[in-house]
Ligand binder design. Structure first.
Ligand code: ZN
Length: 182
């Protein structure tokens, strides 16, 4: 079942999402929610989806990046972004630490700010500790596009959108981005 994606202006996107207990994570309700979020992310299509985006104020996000043909980016463009395939996985109650001060600028969009994009600075490398869908502790070391996805999704769990971090004069419709910015 596909879930409707909440758009900017809805207060759930600005709330601090609550953490999940290990028992909650293992519940049928959360396991089913993860399945529906996976389907919804794939259908959108997107490379990440945080629970507040489907109206649930809980610290959970799903991530998957095929980084392949679907993106319509050339091999060179994928390389410039440090964009490599990332298998489907779930992060719950994540804590993010930047690795170093290096930042990179690229255009970024959001399924909850549909139809727009903007150049946004993100840390080049990050480390995330979290729980997975089996309530096991995981540590993720990420750089390039994957690091950007993690920062974007974890921001959602803290009520932050990319429009809070973007270089605001680059804010554009997706159509005009392709027309004027590529
Ligand atoms: Zn988003």
């Amino acid at each position: 079942m596909l879930l409707p994606i909440v758009q900017t202006g809805h207060p759930v996107l600005r709330a601090e999402a609550r953490e999940l207990s290990r028992d909650e994570i293992k519940s049928q309700e959360i396991q089913e929610l993860i399945e529906m979020m996976r389907e919804t992310m794939r259908a959108a299509p997107g490379v990440g989806l945080a629970a507040p985006q489907i109206g649930e104020s809980i610290q959970l996000a799903v991530i998957e990046d095929e980084a392949g043909e679907k993106t319509k980016l050339s091999k060179d463009e994928l390389e410039k972004r440090g964009r490599n395939p990332v298998a489907f996985h779930v992060i719950i109650n994540p804590k993010l630490v930047p690795m170093g001060d290096d930042k990179v600028d690229f255009f970024e969009g959001c399924l909850s700010v549909n139809g727009f994009a903007a150049n946004t600075s993100r840390y080049k490398s990050v480390r995330v500790s979290a729980l997975n869908e089996s309530a096991e502790e995981i540590t993720l070391n990420a750089s390039g596009w994957y690091a950007r996805i993690l920062q974007h999704e974890i921001d959602h769990l803290n009520g932050i959108l990319y429009i809070d971090r973007m270089h605001s004069t680059t804010f554009t419709t997706v159509e005009n981005r392709m027309r004027f910015w590529d």
